[in-house]
Design a protein. Structure first.
Length: 223
């Protein structure tokens, strides 16, 4: 039975390409597993959505009888018993997948939300909070520096390419898009290497096509 990946029915331009259904699509492409995409309304959030994802977020997957949210749990579930989570490297790969979420994304996410707050306040007032953004940025770079040192002498984070690389690289894509990897060349190369993979390219093309189709549906509805 094919897996169903839930994402939003539509989103404005700026988060497209970074919505976390991308990491789920990427794993499925790496594994060559077919999947369907279903949508939940962005606004207002529906009760049916909150039953599947208590925080009203995406992605969610349905795999047979199982409904699962949290991309960490989804990636581990999908990678189980595959080359993306081999039993002889299971502990190490899991360690790095969790490091992506809990040590890197935790600080890059905090920095990102301050950046967004500062950008919004620049546009609409009250005054922005540059010191707070700078504090979060330094915090993130301390973590990125440690990761940079590890990636200087290896291609992938935990031995051969694994589900931990999918998680880590997807977390690093936002700092890279905001030019935060310019002083971390090993990390920039790592992201470039991973995102050159055919599975990533296919996942990204399908992810963006979804948003283009959503624009067309919206335009047709408002015509
Ligand atoms: N920890 C969650 C985070 C999910 C998340 O932040 N989803 C975003 C899209 S990438 C979302 O739905 N944001 C809208 C909201 O929080 O209302 C995971 O990894 O699945």
């Amino acid at each position: 039975m094919s897996i169903v990946v839930y994402t939003y029915d539509w989103l404005p331009e700026f988060p497209r390409g970074f919505v976390r259904d991308l990491r789920v699509r990427w794993v499925l492409e790496e594994l060559g597993r077919p999947y369907e995409v279903a949508t939940v309304p962005l606004s207002p959030k529906s009760d049916a959505h909150r039953v599947m994802q208590p925080f009203g977020q995406v992605p969610v997957i349905r795999d047979g009888e199982l409904t699962l949210f949290e991309t960490g749990a989804i990636l581990l579930h999908l990678a189980e018993d595959t080359l993306l989570l081999p039993s002889n490297r299971r502990a190490e790969v899991t360690q790095w997948l969790i490091a992506a979420l809990n040590s890197v994304e935790m600080v890059s996410g905090a920095w990102m939300s301050m950046m967004l707050a500062a950008r919004i306040s620049e546009a609409f007032g009250p005054p922005s909070t540059p010191e707070a953004v700078e504090f979060a940025r330094r915090n993130m770079h301390a973590r990125l520096g440690a990761l940079e040192r590890r990636m200087r002498d290896r291609d992938w984070i935990a031995g051969a390419f694994s589900v931990a690389d999918i998680m880590m690289v997807d977390v690093l894509r936002i700092p890279r898009a905001e030019a935060q990897l310019n002083d971390h060349p090993a990390l920039a190369d790592y992201v470039a290497r991973a995102t050159a993979r055919p599975a990533f390219c296919k996942a990204m093309a399908d992810h963006m096509a979804h948003w283009q189709a959503a624009d067309a549906t919206r335009e047709a509805a408002s015509a």
